[in-house]
Design a protein around this ligand. Structure first.
Ligand SMILES: Nc1nc2c(ncn2[C@@H]2O[C@H](COP(=O)(O)OP(=O)(O)OP(=O)(O)O)[C@@H](O)[C@H]2O)c(=O)[nH]1
Length: 211
């Protein structure tokens, strides 16, 4: 199936299509939870243990019959680990930048994160903005339109996710895998449009005010 997350694999898998993706954003926005939801399909409520430094998980996503191995790095959001995580930006092909829709501070800090990304990451890195915890409708302070307009300002794709319900989690990683496959597989094929792909897919999922 297209865009299907097929299996977990280890590092020796098809090296040509192995890509490094990094999760960044303030502490507590849900980076680890998003990765656990994508990797294991589960959410551990209230289990907040701040990431120390950095760690990674491998996941294989099948795109049009081709396997794309995403090596996903989960970084610590806390300021004191910043110099450690900067070192990892350089080799990343994709970067998922998260804020928490119930935290104005985490949203306001996105500009600072983008400044860091532009300073330390490769200029061609695929960046996607994710407004996480979209299940928390009662305590939402950042409107979907605010996320959309910030993403538009920087020319990057955007969606809201919930590591708790799983909504749009697979889509976020699949869209990245598709974009990376398009960029690096050398195949002569119609250009993949990540913005259009996300728009069509997230409407189908009916997340967080869509549909
Ligand atoms: N309701 C809800 N809670 C979430 C969601 N994602 C994460 N949480 C909760 O938010 C808290 C922080 O989640 P983490 O995944 O540890 O956050 P983090 O961004 O990895 O934090 P650092 O490791 O400090 O950078 C935990 O209590 C999670 O259970 C979500 O989508 N919905």
């Amino acid at each position: 199936m297209e865009g299907q997350v097929e299996e977990k694999q280890c590092c020796s898998y098809n090296q040509d299509l192995q890509h490094k993706t990094i999760l960044v954003g303030d502490s507590c926005v849900g980076k680890t939870s998003l990765l656990v939801q994508f990797d294991q399909g589960k959410f551990l409520p209230g289990s907040f243990t701040s990431t120390v430094g950095i760690g990674f998980t491998n996941k294989v996503v099948t795109v049009d019959g081709l396997k794309v191995n995403l090596q996903i790095w989960d970084t610590a959001g806390q300021e004191r680990f910043r110099s450690v995580t900067h070192a990892y930006y350089r080799d990343a092909q994709a970067l998922l930048l998260l804020y928490d829709i119930t935290s104005k501070t985490s949203f306001d800090n996105i500009r600072a994160w983008l400044t860091e990304v532009h300073e330390f990451a490769h200029k061609d890195v695929v960046i996607m903005l994710l407004g996480n915890k979209c299940d928390m409708t009662g305590t939402r302070v950042i409107r979907t339109e605010d996320g959309e307009s910030l993403a538009k300002e920087y020319g990057i794709p955007f969606m809201e996710t919930s590591a708790k319900t799983g909504i749009n989690v697979e889509l976020a990683f699949t869209a990245v895998a598709r974009e990376l496959k398009q960029r690096y597989s050398q195949q002569d094929e119609p250009k993949f449009q990540i913005h259009q792909y996300i728009e069509s897919q997230k409407k189908k999922s009916g997340c967080c005010g869509y549909l």
